[in-house]
Every structure is written in C-alpha cells, then in structure tokens.
Design a protein around this ligand. Structure first.
Ligand code: BGC
Length: 803
C-alpha cells in the first residue's frame, strides 16, 4: 500500500495523508542552517551542529512522536486547524505534503479555506522561511485568527533536556514589533541569538510557553489559541517561545500571503550589544530585509530549485526502468547530499545529541557525494584526516562545530583508517586533483603536527599492515565496519557501552572483512603512489596485500563462503563450525568485490549468501541469528533475532554484494539485489516497510523478527552512498578513473541499454549503451579499445557502447 506518489517532473514525493506509518521527513538547508521537517510539519532547526547549536526544541520520546516543530493554527469561527494536520489535529477536508529537494509544501483545506505553507532554507542564508498563503474559497467573508509559533531550545540540546535547575532560570527574549528574539545566555558567553518574525504587523504575541499553553494543555489546543487572543507574555526563565498572532480578514475568493522567518545570527564579540543588555540586531534586520516579501521568497525557492536541477544534472540516466531512473536522478543523490551534511548526527532516529561526524561514516558518504560538489568533499577529507593519530589509528567521531575528535568514544575501530584511502582515491579519480595529497594536515588537530595528506594515507595502510593477528589477518580492535561485532569487549555490566569498553584485550581477534578492505584499498593506494612515482612503496604495499589476500583465501575461507572473523580465542566466527552466526554478509560482499579467490570463490560465496541470507528485502547480515547473548561476540548478540546487526537486512552492506555481482559480470544478480531494497521499488509495501519510500533506511527487520520487513533508521545511513556507487558505477558501469571515464555496465537481461549524461572534470559525457552485434566503444565517432573513455577536451563528448 502507498501513502503518496512520486512526482518525477517536480522532483517531489507527494504524501496524500497525514497518518503515514511513521513521520516521513525531509531536510532543509545545505551548509549552515539546517532543519528537519516531517510530513506534519514537525522537526527542529539547528545551526551547523545539532547538539551544540540547537535552535528549536525537539522532545525525545514524545507522543505523538512528532508534535512540536512549526506550530501553525488557523482559527475560523469555532474551528481551529493546522495546514499540516499537526499540531491542531483537526481532520482536514484535504491534505497534501510535497517533499521536494530542500523544501516542503503543506496544503491543507478546511471550511473552504485553503492554506499552503512552504518551508525552505534559502541558499547561503541562515534562516528558515515559511510562506503561508491563505485563500478563501468559500462564499462567506472570513475573519481568520492565525498563529505561527516555535519553541526555543536553550542551544545545547543535551543540556536543554537535563540541566533544569539552571535552565529554568536563564531564558531571555527581546520583542521588537513582529519579531521575537531568543537571547538566552547571550548576556554571558554566547554571541549568537535566534529570532522568529512575520512580515506583517502582529495583533499580539507570546514568548512564555506556559502562558501561551495554559495549565494542563498541550500543543494541540493552547489556551491562547482556544481564546483567540495573545497574552503578550514576556518570558523570564522557564521555557521561552515565540508565538505571533495575525488577524486576517479574507473576502470570498481573496488570497493573502505571509512570510514567517526563523533566523540565526552570530555577532562578533565587540559588536554584541547595541545598548547595555540589548542585543545588536543589525544582522537580523539585514536578514529580515533580504526576505521580507513574497517575491523574495519566490526568488529563493526558484534559486533552490535551479541549484538542485543543475547539481543533479551532472548525472542523469534514462532507461526502461522508471524506478531506477527515479532513484538515480533524484532521490538517491539527494540522500547522498543529506548524509554528507549530517553524517549520523540528526534524523528522527539519530538524536542529534550523540554521534557527530563519524570517521568511517563520512568517508563512505563521500563516495556517493564527491561527484556533486568535489570542493566540499575535499574540505571534508582534510577535516576527517585531521582527527587521525600519528600511528595511523584515528578517533571514531568528531563534533561538526569544533571538529575535534570525540574522546568519549575514542579510537580502536580498526577499519576506520582504510576508509580514508577509499575516499581520497575516489576524490582524485573524480577530480584529477592530486594536490590534495600535499595538503598539510595535522594529527589529532594539533598545531605543528601537519604532514601532507599522503602521509596520513600511508599511515592508514601501514596501520592495518602492521596490526595483524595469529592468522595473518588484520586485528579487529573494538569493532570493524560492524560496530556490534565486539570481539574484545566481554561486557557483563548493563548499560556499559559495547563499543568503548574492553574488558579483555586479547590482541588476537581478527577480521576477514578488514582483510577484504585491505586487498581493495591497499591496491588502490599502491596504484596511487605508483602514479606519484613511488614504485618501491607500491611494491611493498602490494606485497602486504598479497600476504593478507592469502590469509583471507586460507584462514578466511570456510569452504562455501568467507568467514567473518576470529574471536579472542582464535575460534572462527561465521563458519559452519559455529552453532549460530554461521555465515555473515560483509566478507561475501567485500572479499568478492576485492577479487579474493577469483571467480571460483566469488561465485560460491555469493550463492551461499543468497541461499542463507536472502529474503524479500535483500540479504540479511547473518544466519542463523544469535538467540542468546555471547560475551565473546558483543553487541551483535544483544539484539533480538532479526533486528539490526543480528540478522536484519542492514542495507548498507547489500550494495557491496551488488558490486560483487558486477565484479563477476552477473547483471541479473546485481539488479535483482538492487531492486529488493531500493526505496522506489518497495513503495507499494509502505505499510510494511513503514519508513519513507523515497530514501534508504539503515535496517529492515529480517525473517526472524516479529515485524519482518519493517524498516528503521531512515536517511542517515551509508546505504545512500554505497547504493549510488552500486547502481551508477556497478550496474550502469559509469566509473570515474584517473585517466578518463570508464563505461563498463553490468545490466540485467531485462534492460536493453540506457542513455546517461555524466559531467566529469567539466566535460559532459553523453553516453548511450545498447545491445547489438558489433560490440565496442565509440567515442566522438571513433572506435576506442577497452572500456576507458579518455579525458575529452569538451564541452561535450559522445560515447556509444554496444554490449
Ligand atoms: C554506524 C556505522 C556502522 C554500522 C554497522 C551504523 O550505525 O553508523 O558506522 O558501520 O552501523 O554496525
């Protein structure tokens, strides 16, 4: 069953009822100011860092899940309603939510009044705009009372929900005409404030939440709204908010629009105040002036749409597969931007208060983003590398605001370093920009410790090569990609973090998955340095690759599939010898795509993966699921069977297998797996899947789970980047390379070909792939051997491949 539909021409997903199985959200903002916005207008805003600069409040574990956010009330006679259904919850005569790229539109109708609310964060601006258009479609003259409101968060979102003895005393606001300023803690060390404003004279306002709501009332029926008044309250401590009231007469057929602005301002220290205790509002005034009219809003919306059209125009495909095209052309790339921006910080499943930017996560996110805005990818690579330690190990996460490594989580995730090689090589293949390797990059952000980025990569490779266990395989440390395979943890204390505690440092537990990574990325590093003329170094890295490859082929092979690991007692994990967890997906994907054991091992491994792990939604992480907690395996065995790392379809690793199929030239296998969890392909099962049908989720409950097929943790997952790599570079086969663009598709029998446009190093490659008798590649009319389209002079290069 569906709850909406894709509007491909508008690049929108149109939700046709408010009661989606879960809040279906969208992201506003591109660089500094960000908002989450659900299909009922919930969500929150923050500036750069969802934990440290939270602008509006979000209540965790709230019921309904999604109440709060942007609070609009339209009072028409006795009826009080909200254009997006929440918070008023009054049934609407009609409702639509259109989530577009960087904007969301809510269309609600009640008693002949049509409301259209469009929310966006303009390009390069530090604010969210909310344009509310009201039209009286009835025969009667109306006098509407309209409220627009937000609740302020006291900046640090963790502190905001814990430190009440302080928080309930510090809230401060200023009121100036139709603008409410939130200035809590500005009197001391903060130099930022927020504001909420409307571009029309207000009939009244409230800034004290509890006055606005009244005793025992919630957001669905605030007392002020029920009485159609404002108390003009001035918050002093407690919970500051901004509620603006408009009185709007509307003749039959008349339409009026209002622009609400939620803004964030930073002032230089010396310009903080305009008078003692009074915030300097100059920057806010400038922002308000820039977005004061509906024409300015419309221009901002057009600019945003043009931006996305141009960005996505860099990679487009047209094939017989409408759903594949939809994913590639719009939604998968859009999600890649979101994961690039957010890493794993802020979604409806990631609280925005915990994980900031993940080392491995952000490195992988880059793989799906680098073609969009290479310059931002470049900056990110340097930020990530700057939390590495001199021995090549790295912090696992950092906070986006200060970019410092997160000491609470620390290091010891032994796959992390190699992902830096993966994303840097991808960046250089995309851009040809080898100068990034010379970029002075510190260790642990320490001034004076800078070395060229290349040295960071070298230490990454060296770290894995020199940290090996009894079988010659890489040591796993606290965990590898699978955060929940904690082979040195041995935890028995409730609540203890599986990732950060090590109650038994065996120094022995090994990962076959990291071996697969090393073979792939070690070879990529060797190619990179040989291009730099460092032939000897390339040779010695390849020698280490050979050793680790051999270890993976022997100790890592179980007969029918790759093993997963060796535990602290040197016993295999992911082997027929085990009673549960006999086969895992990760090494089947990564070892096969790395070419370990050639076709013979590859075909066996993928057949076993399908046989034991395959379900309707893809491949599960492992089989059989662990039914009991095992201290020598850690968190993986803590989840009930079928959930998360214990046997769900963990979507992130499925594209590795898709790519592995491509490495074996099995187009049917690749496509079949791709379509089992690509969101557009499972839209019809939305009532089972439950999360948004326009973006990937991290996990889909496996066959052993009570709620088989139910997805969780949508949006912020490495699935986005890897799925884009799998479909664009694997199935469609368009691969950036150092010396040109490779075109090496791996299509299913059902696809006869496709056309694609790919902007690569400033040239637009117009690619046609078709089936035919005379095989081969023709570039600008000339036959070219192999699959490499050499770098063209541009601006357009015509490529035809007959397969
Ligand atoms: C983490 C990833 C990890 C994955 C598998 C995600 O929650 O963000 O870093 O690879 O889980 O455990």
């Amino acid at each position: 069953m569906r709850y909406g539909y894709f509007d491909d021409a508008a690049r929108e997903y149109v939700i046709t009822r408010p009661d989606t199985p879960l809040p279906w959200i969208n992201y506003l903002g591109n660089e500094g100011f960000f908002s989450l916005i659900s299909n009922t207008c919930g969500g929150y805003a923050f500036y750069r860092d969802a934990k440290l600069r939270r602008i509006t409040r979000f209540r965790y574990n709230n019921v309904p899940h999604d109440e709060g956010g942007r609070l609009f009330y339209i009072c028409d006679g006795d009826a009080t309603w909200s254009p997006a259904f929440l918070p008023a919850k009054t049934p609407l005569d009609s409702y639509r939510c259109r989530h577009g790229l960087g904007y969301s539109v809510f269309e609600g109708e009640k008693q002949g009044v049509q409301a259209e609310l469009t929310c966006l964060v303009p390009m390069g601006a530090s604010c969210e705009l909310q344009k509310l258009t009201l039209r009286n479609g009835s025969q009667d003259a109306k006098r509407l009372t309209v409220y627009g409101a937000v609740e302020w968060c006291l900046w640090n979102a963790v502190d905001d929900s814990t430190n009440y003895q302080r928080n309930w005393n510090i809230g401060e606001v200023e009121i100036e005409g139709s603008t409410i300023y939130h200035k809590t803690e500005y009197r001391e060390r903060r130099n930022h404030y927020a504001f909420y404003s409307v571009n029309a004279p207000v009939a009244g306002f409230d800034t004290d939440r509890d006055t606005f709501l009244g005793r025992f009332r919630g957001w669905s029926e605030p007392q002020a709204v029920a009485q159609r008044i404002s108390y003009n309250s001035k918050a002093s401590g407690w919970a500051p908010m901004a509620a603006l009231r408009l009185e709007i007469p509307l003749a039959p057929g008349e339409e009026k629009s209002f622009l609400f602005r939620l803004g964030y301002v930073e002032n230089p220290e010396e310009e903080k105040f305009s008078a003692p205790g009074v915030i300097n509002k100059a920057r806010a005034h400038a922002l308000l002036a820039a977005y004061d009219t509906c024409a300015q809003f419309d221009a901002a919306l057009s600019e945003l749409k043009a931006y996305w059209a141009k960005l996505l125009g860099q990679f487009t495909v047209k094939s017989s597969e409408e759903k594949l095209d939809r994913m590639v052309n719009v939604w998968n790339q859009y999600q890649c931007m979101v994961t690039f921006n957010m890493s794993r910080s802020a979604s409806y499943y990631e609280s925005g208060t915990g994980r900031g930017m993940g080392f491995r996560d952000s490195c992988q996110d880059l793989l799906g983003f680098v073609h969009l805005i290479p310059q931002r990818a470049r900056e990110r690579i340097i930020d990530i590398a700057s939390i590495q330690f001199p021995d090549g190990s790295t912090y696992h996460q950092y906070q986006p605001l200060d970019k410092r490594g997160n000491a609470d989580v620390g290091s010891g995730f032994n796959d992390d370093p190699l992902w830096l090689v993966a994303c840097t090589c991808a960046y250089i293949r995309e851009t040809g920009d080898f100068t990034i390797l010379d970029e002075p990059t510190p260790f642990n952000n320490e001034k004076g410790s800078e070395v060229p980025l290349l040295e960071h990569l070298r230490r990454s490779v060296n770290y894995t090569a020199t940290h090996r266990g009894p079988h010659g395989l890489p040591l796993i440390g606290r965990a590898d990609w699978n955060d929940c395979l904690n082979l040195n943890c041995f935890s028995h204390t409730p609540g203890e973090s599986f990732q950060t505690c090590s109650n038994f440092e065996s120094g022995k537990a090994e990962s076959v998955f990291i071996a697969g990574m090393f073979v792939k990325y070690g070879k990529e590093y060797a190619e990179l340095v040989s291009r730099l003329g460092l032939g000897d170094e390339a040779k010695s890295v390849l020698a280490a690759v050979d050793e680790i490859e051999a270890a993976a082929r022997t100790a890592g092979w179980d007969g029918e599939w790759f093993r997963r690991a060796y535990d602290a007692f040197e016993r295999p994990v992911g082997s027929r010898q085990n009673d549960e967890g006999q086969i895992f997906i990760e090494p089947q994907g990564f070892c096969v795509l790395a070419g370990i054991g050639g076709r013979a091992y590859g075909q066996k491994a993928l057949a076993s993966a399908e046989k034991y792990l395959g379900n309707d939604f893809g491949l599960e992480v492992l089989h059989p699921c662990y039914t009991t907690y095992r201290d020598y395996l850690g968190e993986i065995s803590s989840y009930p069977p079928g959930y998360k790392e214990n046997g769900s379809v963990f979507c992130h690793n499925n594209p590795w297998v898709t790519l592995a199929y491509c490495a074996l030239d099995d187009g049917n296998g690749a496509f079949d797996l791709y379509t089992r969890n690509a969101p557009a392909y499972i839209e019809d099962r939305s009532e089972i899947h439950r999360t948004e049908p326009y973006c990937y989720s991290q996990t889909i409950a496996g066959r052993d789970a009570q709620n088989y097929g139910e997805a969780k943790n949508s949006w912020l997952t490495g699935t986005a980047a890897w799925s884009f790599v799998a479909v664009s570079q694997g199935i469609l086969g368009i691969r950036p390379d150092y010396d040109g663009l490779r075109v090496h598709p791996c299509l299913p029998d059902a696809m006869d070909g496709f056309t694609a446009c790919r902007t690569f190093r400033g040239v637009r490659y117009e690619i046609t792939v078709r089936r035919g008798e005379t095989k081969g590649l023709v570039v600008d009319g000339k036959a070219v051997p192999g699959d490499l389209v050499p770098l063209a002079a541009g601006p357009v290069c015509a490529v035809t491949l007959t397969i």
